[in-house]
Design a protein around this ligand. Structure first.
Ligand SMILES: [Zn+2]
Length: 382
């Protein structure tokens, strides 16, 4: 394998959160367009003096902290004020919900439509390779959830090559999909002049760079736009180089890439976190989605973890967590158990046991397809 990981800023001494099973190796949401081979702009999870991570701190404040006392009614009113300014009066779309037709996006689109009387357009950036259950769930979203949807599916040879390059350069095969998920909705927002885009939980619940006190209900522009002369990298490679050396056309890459900040500002496009305004709980959303669209879980436990209902759509998904486990010691079970721990579904002891049992498990189910489809057998030995 070509990839040589020498991750800058990575803490040398590993410490674990006292409330969940995250360690200080956890990478928090950052400016993905600058991500390079050394992950030199990566930001790692913050810990308080009490040994509790910032993700736990954010979720705790959401539920129990008397000092912050989240007033959900006040937040709902804040959302209503925003929506009142944007609600369509002529039948056009007035907001966008990007997603896969999984539990969170189904819930958000449904709430915006039924509780807030909005007219959402849903948009989906296709995974590199759909799983059968993911494709079925995706189709159920427009069919049963009664929302219009645009699905963008990049050409297999383009997507596959980007996945391979991201894997070889950064040990991060999922990165092209993250780019598409992050940026595609802004292109549609720009084309159709729909300024509101809704995502789920605020970044703070996964331990964001911003302090909780500064937590915003919207995604800062730096996470989804590019500045005029910013050197954007995809798969760790500068765009000009991808076009020249790898013979991509700009149209091949367009929807993976961010729009200029000036354009986003001019059209007043904002990404808001629906989970800031509505108290979203992972399992409740799941039951709700099952009711709305007949969303189904997988028949089997997801490899690398203990659950059946999270991120089921993409055959690459398992490799994303597996490579994260290799680089940072944070696998899929750590992610899910940490989240469930801080939401009170399991205790820390149970979380530790689940991590010990499942984290880092090789995702065998799609391994051969993963290697064969993108010719990864050239770069790794099976
Ligand atoms: Zn924690």
């Amino acid at each position: 394998m070509k990839s040589k990981q020498n991750i800058k800023n990575q803490p040398k001494k590993i410490i674990y959160c006292k409330k969940c099973v995250y360690s200080n190796q956890k990478v928090v949401p950052s400016k993905i367009v600058e991500d390079d081979q050394n992950h030199s702009n990566r930001i790692f999870l913050r810990f308080g003096k009490d040994g509790v991570c910032s993700a736990c701190e954010a979720v705790e404040k959401k539920f129990t902290d008397k000092k912050y006392k989240i007033d959900w009614k006040q937040r709902e009113n804040q959302l209503r004020d925003i929506l009142d300014k944007h609600r369509s009066r002529n039948g056009s779309y007035d907001c966008i919900v990007p997603g896969s037709g999984g539990k969170d996006s189904v819930f958000q689109a449904h709430m915006l439509k039924t509780k807030y009387n909005m007219n959402p357009l849903t948009v989906t950036f296709s995974p590199a390779r759909y799983t059968d259950v993911g494709m079925k769930n995706f189709h159920k979203w427009p069919e049963n959830g009664n929302v219009n949807n645009f699905l963008y599916s990049p050409a297999g040879n383009i997507y596959g090559k980007l996945v391979r390059l991201a894997f070889e350069n950064m040990l991060h095969p999922f990165q092209p999909f993250i780019f598409g998920q992050r940026h595609y909705a802004t292109h549609i927002a720009n084309k159709f002049k729909i300024p509101l885009i809704f995502l789920g939980e605020p970044f703070s619940e996964f331990g964001s760079e911003e302090k909780y006190e500064d937590e915003q209900y919207f995604m800062p522009l730096k996470y989804f736009t590019k500045k005029k002369n910013q050197n954007v990298k995809l798969a760790g490679i500068e765009i000009d180089k991808l076009l020249k050396d790898e013979k991509f056309k700009i149209s091949d890459l367009e929807y993976f890439l961010p729009l200029d900040q000036t354009l986003i500002e001019k059209n007043k496009i904002q990404i808001l976190f629906f989970g800031y305004f509505e108290n979203m709980m992972p399992q409740e959303n799941f039951y709700k989605a099952a009711e709305i669209t007949d969303f189904r879980t997988s028949d089997e436990r997801t490899e690398g973890t203990y659950s059946k209902y999270n991120s089921l759509d993409d055959k690459i998904d398992g490799f994303h967590y597996w490579t994260s486990y290799i680089k940072f010691g944070i696998g899929r079970a750590t992610e899910e158990a940490s989240n469930e721990c801080r939401h009170g579904y399991i205790n820390r002891e149970e979380a530790i046991n689940l991590v010990k049992k499942y984290d880092g498990e090789l995702p065998k189910k799609h391994f051969k397809e993963f290697c064969k489809t993108w010719s990864l057998h050239k770069s790794i030995s099976i």
